[in-house]
Design a protein around this ligand. Sequence first.
Ligand code: PMP
Length: 780
Amino acid sequence: MISEKVNQIGASPTLKITAKAKAMMAEGIDIVDLSVGEPDFPTPENVKAAGIRAIEQNFTKYTENEGTPALRRAVISRMKEDYGISYEPNEVIVSSGAKSSFFHLIQAFIDEGAEVIIPAPYWVTYPQAVTIAKGKPVIIPTKEENGFLLTPEELKAAISPSTKALVLNNPSNPTGAAYSKSQLEALAEVIKGEDIYVIADEIYGKLIFDDFHFVSFASLGEDIKRKTIVINGVSKSYSMTGWRIGFALGPAEIINGMAKIQSHSTSNPCSISQQASLEALTGPQHEISRMAAEFQRRRNYCLMRLNAIPNISCFKPQGAFYLFPNFSSYYEKEANGIQIRNSYGLAYYLLKEVRVAIVPGDAFGANDYIRISYATSMANLEKGMDRIIEAVSRLKTSKKAKRIALNNAMTRVKKSVPVDSSANLKMRDALVGEMESHLTPENYFEWNANINGVIVQLKTNVSHLYDFWVENWYPAQLEADLEPHGIIYALDGIAGREPRIFYNSESKTGAVINADNYGPLRSLALGLVMDVSERLFSVHGVRGMSTDVEGKGLILIGPPGTRKTELFFALLEDKRFRLHSNDIIFVRHAGGQALADCVERKLYIPTNTVESFPRLAPLFDASRCENVITHKEDCKDAECLRLDDCRLDRGSPFCYKASKEAHAMLDPYWIGGKVAYTKRTSLRWIFILRYDTLSPGSVKLEKAEALRILEAGETAGVKKSLSPSKPQPYYNPHLLFATEEHLELQRNFYGRLLDSTTCYLFNSGVAGAEQLRQIVLGEV
Ligand code: PMP
């Protein structure tokens, strides 16, 4: 429903925590909100009056797209007066907030794949905006001992031929760290020698403390000015967050590009706010220093309180209105049964236990920290600090605290990829040539797997695929000298190619290109094995979830949306039903029986299966996993919309539920020991699943009808949204082709299979595991 792009980003966590805090306040709960990113002062009277005047004078129409000439001139004058930099009117644009300026800049400036260097901790919007533009955020962690400042050496090391820009937030949200003139000059020296730009977000430039002297990056010389886009605005300095006015200054060509984007997104910023901002920039400026002095007083107070907490370190900021203390020594502690594992956990604990809202450092790319905003009244700060100190003092070393180190690989590609099984021998040879040329000795993994007697060789340059491959299959004996039945190349990092699978049946050669996740490789391997064993051994793959009852097997077959998984695990709750396979079995006819084998050494199982089988969670903890969600931003679960439901928000280090794309390699013996698992059964029942509220619970099917339904691979009553993929013959997405010759082979096989089994059409919309058990146990 939602675009892939949106799936890649998360909502602003600041908003989320603030929203949660606000919701609690609305319930009458006394919350101290230290999460907000805006000054608590009113907008100055003269500025407000200018806004009201604008309304009275009907200055309420569209203005120039780039902002009124008067306001742009005022911005230019401020830059000249404050920092001594000269700009022309075509070098400035006014937007609906600095965030809007930044967003339009990134859209206008960043091409797909262009790298943007972002020092961490960073303001949350930077990487997200770059991601939306299909650029690549390159996050460079800074060190607390370096005052959270990027060093010239770190900058130099981060620059690549693809680097387009560096984002320099001075002073910084969330750390409050600020660069001195000489520190900026050292960075400028690096910039001068490179073909890159600097996006200087100086929105907190006026909120500085002690005798710190703020210098705008663009003021470091004409050559640097040509490479700098300054972002600034009235939100913070003039306490005007809600008025939504920000601006950008830089080379005319870039500003012009931003203007084009802006003309199609927001058009001009609010006319009334522009008039108010004009007054803010041209009127008296003394309110700013009064505000900065107050922030300094609050900073000193909060720092003093924080420094009294044992085992906390807190950097002393030179600007902005945030503190960024390191609370990591309290992770792994617990109180009232709540165990803190990370910054999200601490945030959740503080909100629930002492009703203080702060922002977890992880949101800014620094999990050891939390962000405390002191842009709130002294009375609130006193109350907030009292509460934090009290809450922290309650935290005790947890007796059972155990850090779960998840063995989890994150892959670039998450989903299945398109399969082209029409490759001829000539294409195969060309493909093999291309694949071999990418298999360099220092990045080469090879392993022969024995998949039900079919030997499949994997050649890959992805260590993760190799790990999962070795884990998934039984090894082939004498693997060094054995001639494999088929070969699969799995190569990642091939420029200019989309993720795709190719397969040539004649030579039994497959290629997985640019897909670093295991699903597509496993599926191709199963397809190849079916291709070989159907013809050579008359052994067929049957897709479904199977269990064994007293040596007799049943299989649940059906598309997504028919509650197959729920039914399967509900069946397994009964000790008489033993686990056989969670995805595919290989079946051969022998002595009038249909012998069914589970051919996988480990089960490649979606981790969201924990929803129907919670006791799998500790087993997944000890398994190799792929794409388990560890960051809230990566969560794609539409069902956990309520904030209280989110395990990650509550501090859990990962969530097995959050994505269908996460899998574990589960050892089937772990589920219930030897007695609860069998690798072989004799198949006796086929349950084709449908899901509706009207059809009968179960209907015994005649052979011809069962064959027709299986071949069509379609079940009536399944919502399209639940089963979006095309119908698959025999409900089997691993089958590589559906030619008439191939379908004939399947028809013959399933025809024989239906002679030795009983087939039911089972409606999981009205009947459950209990009814299914009754059918089976009545016929054992
Ligand atoms: N840059 C930084 C570093 C910020 O912290 C913020 C506001 N939180 C902005 C830009 C955006 O400010 P505006 O309200 O003008 O969009």
